[in-house]
Design a protein. Structure first.
Length: 95
């Protein structure tokens, strides 16, 4: 995927875009670094979703926003999936 994204970056001359390979459970960024965290279809690849969310909020500034798109059916942690559906976890989530 990174190779394809790299081709698009060059084709569209996106100089301000940096592509970084990382672990969704251990994001390679400083604490409170981002205003927005946006992720599409990656939650299902974390085997410990509590760690995933902890790390997302670690890199997010206090007034930041989280935008996630995922397939709830593919999340292994059923209790967490239900909390997301009931909006008990503070996310802006498109399901």
């Amino acid at each position: 995927m990174l190779e394809e994204a790299g081709k698009r970056k060059i084709k569209k001359d996106l100089k301000r875009v940096e592509l970084i390979l990382g672990d969704i459970q251990n994001l390679p960024f400083r604490n409170k670094e981002f205003d927005i965290v946006f992720s599409r279809f990656s939650l299902m690849y974390g085997n410990n979703l509590k760690k995933v969310f902890t790390d997302i909020y670690r890199v997010l500034k206090e007034s930041g926003e989280v935008y996630l798109e995922t397939n709830i059916a593919s999340i292994n942690d059923q209790e967490l999936a239900e909390k997301i559906k009931r909006q008990e976890i503070p996310l802006l989530l498109r399901v």
